[in-house]
Structure formats: C-alpha cells, structure tokens
Design a protein around this ligand. Structure first.
Ligand SMILES: [Zn+2]
Length: 276
C-alpha cells in the first residue's frame, strides 16, 4: 500500500495487461480441449502477497504484511503437502514479484486453485476480522473497492477504471462470469467459514472486487484477508505462531473440502487424505 501512482500511465498499463489476458483466452480453451482426462484436484498455487520493496500494510507495533503472509503461506504449504497436494508458491522469500508474474506462475502450473493471502489495513485502528474475495469488475461496496485499490498498488495501478460502455469491460465481465466464477465463489465461502470459525475471529463476509491478481488467472481463485494488522489487538494475535497455525489449518480445511467437491463434480473419486 501507499504507492503514489500516476493514474494515466498506470491505467494504460493495466488496460494492456487486461487486453493480454483476453488475447490469451482462446489459447487456453484450445489447450483445455486437447486434454483427454478429467482433471483431478491436485495442484494449488499459494500467493503470499507483496514482498521486497512492496511491504504491504504495517501494524502499529511494526508487523509487516509481507512477512506475516509469507509465514502463513509456508505453514499452509506444509499442511497441504502432507495431504498429498502439489503446492507451488509464487514466492518463498522476501522479494518483489509483479502481479503479472504471480498470475503467470499459476497459469503455467495449470493449477486447480489459486489462493492469494493478504492482511488487511484501515486508516482507523478499529476495523478487525476476516474478509474473503473473489473477482468481479464491480466491487461489493466502497470498502471492498478500497481494499482492491490497495492490493492492486503493486501493479502500480488504481482499481480497474473501465466504464460500463467500454467494450473491454463487457468482454472481461463475460470472462469473469463464465470462467470459474461459481467455483471461486464456492471456495471463498468455504474459506471464509473456516477462518471465521477461529476463536475471536470476526467474519466480515465474502466480497467481490476487481483484484488484478485474481482476474489474470485461468482457474478458480480467491484472495484472503486474514485479519487487520492495523488493529492493535489483531496485530498482537497475528504475531503469534499459534494464530498463524490456526489460520493455516483453517485454509487447509477449506481447500480439502473444495477439492472433494471439485473432484466429485468431475466424476473423480476424491483422495481420502484431502477430505480430512
Ligand atoms: Zn496485501
């Protein structure tokens, strides 16, 4: 957060990125048709937000989002690997990665699910709790739009600023609607329920907003805000290994439940280890 951007130039860059996404779609369809076997749920890409010079949010006592989410992501990866899931991490160290690089990792891996992990921030110290997002051109509300703008700042862009009369907006809208929307929404609900179940967690609900990192991937995708680092009490909790393990366990359970449904829909017997 906090990057001051020149709207014009970055708006153009974002538009170019989106056009590239649209241009790549027909290739993806052809490749998908060429695969004879139904695709078992087995590959997850976990994306720890921010990194390097992009610190993300910072708590009142100094907890940095980029460090917190990398640690939680690594704890989650270990759990999933124990369940037999192939896990690919967009980053394993404190380095900067563009949003395009993150989506490219997921698309190259042909992952079955993309989960981007972030922590929330507010100008006020009051807000706390868990939010889960899936992509949409329209934000659920002003707060959701502000969150997307903050998380999109790694792209050097404000939230996509496409008018409803823009043909590109119509194409992207259709893409988001037809590509994995149902499953993204399903995973978001599972994750939100599991995360909100952690002791003293507050559920702020499943929301939608134009997150660039979610719009660039060709698979079910969700962005998790695992708590507000700007809330002093929540920051204190998020500093603890116990809380981080609880969060990793909750997300792992959601992925397991999602995997079972994913395979069932495709007529594949789910791996027992994943359903646990
Ligand atoms: Zn973030």
């Amino acid at each position: 957060m906090g990057l001051q951007t020149e709207r014009g130039g970055h708006g153009r860059a974002l538009r170019g990125f989106m056009l590239a996404c649209v241009a790549l779609m027909p290739i993806a369809f052809v490749e998908a048709r060429g695969e004879p076997d139904p695709d078992r749920f087995d590959v997850v890409v976990l994306d720890a937000g921010h990194g390097g010079h992009d610190e993300g949010a910072r708590g009142p006592s100094g907890l940095r989002e980029k460090d917190l989410v990398l640690d939680v992501t690594q704890r989650l990866a270990k759990r999933l690997e124990r369940k037999g899931v192939t896990v690919i991490l967009t980053r394993t160290e404190d380095r900067f990665l563009s949003l395009e690089e993150r989506t490219a990792v997921a698309n190259d891996a042909r992952a079955d699910l993309f989960v981007s992990i972030h922590a929330n921030a507010s100008k006020s110290r009051k807000p706390r709790g868990i939010e889960t997002y899936f992509a949409s051109l329209e934000a659920t509300d002003d707060a959701a739009r502000a969150t997307a703008e903050r998380e999109n700042s790694a792209f050097g862009a404000a939230a996509p600023n496409l008018g409803s009369d823009d043909p590109l907006a119509a194409i992207l809208g259709d893409l988001i609607a037809t590509q994995h929307l149902q499953e993204s929404s399903e995973f978001a609900k599972l994750a939100q329920n599991e995360l909100a179940d952690i002791g003293r967690a507050r559920s702020r609900g499943v929301k939608q907003a134009p997150f660039v990192v979610l719009m660039g991937v060709r698979m079910p995708a969700s962005l998790l805000e695992i708590g507000f680092v700007t809330n002093p009490e929540e920051e204190k909790g998020l500093k603890r290994a116990k809380r981080r393990d609880e969060i990793a366990r909750a997300i792992s359970r959601a992925i397991g439940a999602f995997a079972a449904r994913y395979d069932e829909r495709r007529g594949i017997e789910a791996k027992h280890s994943l359903a646990r």
